[in-house]
Design a binder for this molecule. Structure first.
Ligand code: 0PR
Length: 381
């Protein structure tokens, strides 16, 4: 039974108390999250569309148009013409969907990925009963393409590469991966990098050896890109993009009593406020706005690097994106001591390191407040 009935004002006061326990991005104390405070226009759009459900699209033709527009804008960003895709709940659903598409169309079960793949890949493997082949990283923490060549055979259904790894922000050499995969299907997980790489200074990409990583690469069939990370949209919004128009037919089932006779996504009811939010923030910021935000994040990533070098920490790699890690022998201990001080950083397992994601809420001032606290913790270890 449900305990009732509480006055509205009491309910709201209870909610405020719960909210006060949560840490907000604006506190400037979250340094390990790939999400951030959504752009104000995204919040407004989300609220406006809180009723819409793309699971029953006939009721919300306006939202259907917005999703089509979002996919078209993403197609432009990711060099996919004509653009096909869907807005899903996040990177996990997009990665699972891509693996299912590959399994269905090839009839195979072997999936090749490297140590820098996000753990959602392991979920997909469990759910879809796939055969995992995990390969190593090269000396720059990218998929080892020499080892890739050794494991590629006719049983492989998919090579899963990463453009913006979760732990280090490194970008696999997608062109070489594609060449080495020899026509085997290729998925690129750009859940984080999809809204960073297109807006980075081309000179920075050149000096960091990042070649084509998107649909310019011929062998690339599917890609994950999440507006609820660096896209500054609301949660939940992650997209699957695909080259073959009929790719999503893999998931097609009848939904005869709804306004659409077929359902194509893992989720039935699809909360679609985030679709409107994504449309709004992309339209509002445009490439120029995202370029400015990415530049600020990169400037602050460099600033954090300088400040922590002064603290005696050494970077694991020169960061391509706004994710940066520093070698440390006891990262978990540092992380937990920082939490006690009210600061949320993050860790890398291999190599053991302290990890920072320099999202738009990580300002220079927030870094200046973090560094002395971190220095005190480091002195105590
Ligand atoms: N692919 C990559 C490359 C990712 O980094 C992530 C998530 C995913 C897929 C899965 O995306 P969803 O979480 O949207 O399903 N990366 C972050 C992580 O696991 C997600 C995150 C975001 C975690 C904010 C914590 C947080 O506060 O670390």
């Amino acid at each position: 039974m449900i305990k009732g009935s509480k006055e509205r004002s009491d309910v709201l006061n209870d909610l405020r108390r719960s909210k006060a326990k949560d840490i907000s991005f604006n506190s400037g104390r979250i340094f390990g999250s790939m999400c951030t405070a959504p752009h104000p226009i995204a919040l407004e759009a989300h609220t406006l569309f809180h009723e819409s459900n793309l699971g029953n699209p006939g009721l919300c033709p306006g939202t259907v148009d917005l999703e089509r527009d979002v996919i078209s804008m993403l197609g432009g960003m990711l060099c996919l013409e004509p653009p096909y895709g869907r807005v899903l709940s996040g990177g996990t659903e997009a990665n699972i969907t891509a693996m299912y598409m590959a399994k269905k169309s090839t009839g195979r079960r072997k999936v090749v990925f490297s140590k820098n793949a996000h753990f959602s890949v392991l979920k997909a493997i469990k759910l879809l009963d796939l055969e995992p082949v995990e390969i190593a990283l090269d000396d720059r923490y990218r998929m080892d393409t020499v080892q890739l060549r050794e494991v590629i055979d006719d049983d492989v259904m998919l090579v899963h590469a990463v453009a913006g790894s979760t732990e280090l922000g490194t970008v696999d050499d997608i062109e070489t991966v594609s060449r080495t995969a020899h026509g085997t299907r290729l998925h690129v997980d750009a859940a984080f990098g999809g809204f960073v790489l297109p807006f980075l200074d081309p000179e920075h990409l050149r000096t960091h050896d990042v070649g084509a990583w998107d649909f310019r690469v011929g062998g690339l069939g599917t890609m994950t890109v999440d507006p609820h990370k660096m896209g500054l949209s609301t949660i939940p919004s992650g997209c699957i993009m695909y080259r073959n128009r009929d790719a999503l037919d893999a998931l097609k089932v009848e939904s005869h009593y709804l306004t659409s006779p077929m359902s194509f996504t893992l989720a039935g009811t699809r909360g679609s406020g985030a679709v409107a939010a994504t449309w709004a923030v992309m339209r509002h910021l445009g490439s120029q706005g995202y370029r400015r935000i990415v530049k600020e994040c990169m400037d602050n990533t460099r600033y954090l690097g300088i400040r922590l070098k002064e603290s005696g920490l050494e970077r694991v790699v020169d960061p391509v994106m706004n994710v940066v890690a520093f070698h440390h022998s006891k990262p978990i201990m540092v992380d937990s001591m920082m939490r006690k001080q009210g600061y949320f950083i993050s860790t890398v397992k291999d190599p053991p390191a302290l990890r920072f994601v320099v999202m738009p809420h990580v300002t220079k001032e927030a870094i200046d407040r973090l560094v002395p606290v971190l220095n005190r913790v480091l002195e105590r270890i």
